[in-house]
Design a protein around this ligand. Structure first.
Ligand code: SAH
Length: 251
């Protein structure tokens, strides 16, 4: 198994593959101003096993296209949609977020929780803008510095892992520069990381290592996850996930 296959194997049985929460998805929906509208067309890009997709389908009068490049996540999403009774409002699409088969102005809104970093925030915002109708909504969560200064260990780690990490002011400037008017920003609370993401995945570490017979690659992956968790536990005042809701302005 290569590194990506190991990552998928570690995360596939969790409800979330990144920090987030149903309440926080509902907050982004409220900020978007879409509640009360009917017949909406929405894409959820990098949907994973679909925690946000199901909330969107439940809360809005919408059809949601759930996109991910991992088929195993999409089949779990379909099972979750069926349990939630929203199968008829969701279609899954196996595709890469940087080569989407969408049309210009196809969607009223695009959501993406903890996934746009895979193509880079600015590249994603720029590429996805054309799929939005005029006044369309973009709602994304993204790794964000919470302060102007931070401990060197943290700075070095995230600058290496994700060079585009920035403050909210920096992220908002990217949105503004690419033809969006920000309408809301909030920070995911701690429980979205610790209770909804890190704790459940940590409980799977031992079984994962056994399943992979403590291979070098499996041990390296777990060590990287442990380091990430420990950085969050030690430095959570300094970074988090920002949730950005913005409206497309102009042609
Ligand atoms: N939105 C989900 C998953 C976040 S993890 C949640 O919050 O739980 C990031 C997701 O992006 C994973 O499901 C991963 O498979 C997907 N992904 C990563 N690179 C991708 C790409 N190039 N195209 C499509 N999906 C991608």
């Amino acid at each position: 198994m290569d590194e990506l296959e190991l990552l998928i194997d570690l995360h596939k049985d969790d409800a979330r593959q990144g920090p987030g929460g149903d309440r926080e998805t509902r907050l982004s929906i409220e900020l978007s101003g879409l509640s009360g509208r009917s017949g909406l067309s929405i894409a959820d890009i990098g949907c994973g096993t679909g925690a946000s997709t199901v909330v969107l389908a439940r809360e809005l009068d919408a059809h949601v296209t759930a996109v991910d490049f991992v088929p195993g996540f999409l089949s779990r999403l379909e099972a979750a949609a069926s349990r939630a009774g929203v199968t008829d409002r969701i279609a899954t699409l196996e595709a890469s977020m940087d080569a989407l088969p969408f049309e210009r102005a196809q969607f009223d809104a695009i959501w993406s929780e903890g996934a746009i970093y895979n193509m880079g925030f600015a590249a994603g915002v720029e590429a996805w803008r054309e799929y939005l109708k005029p006044d369309g909504i973009l709602a994304v969560s993204e790794l964000t510095w919470l302060t102007g200064h931070r401990p060197p260990e943290l700075q070095t780690h995230w600058k290496t892992e994700y060079p585009e990490v920035n403050t909210a002011a920096g992220k908002l400037a990217v949105l503004e520069g690419l033809g969006f008017a920000p309408i809301g920003y909030f920070v995911l609370p701690e429980h979205c990381w610790l209770d909804n993401y890190y704790r459940p995945v940590r409980e799977r570490f031992a079984a994962f290592l056994e399943r992979h017979e403590h291979s070098e690659a499996a041990r390296q992956l777990i060590a990287a996850e442990e380091l990430e968790i420990s950085l969050y536990e030690r430095y959570k005042e300094f970074f988090g996930y920002g949730y950005y809701v913005a409206r497309k302005v102009g042609p």
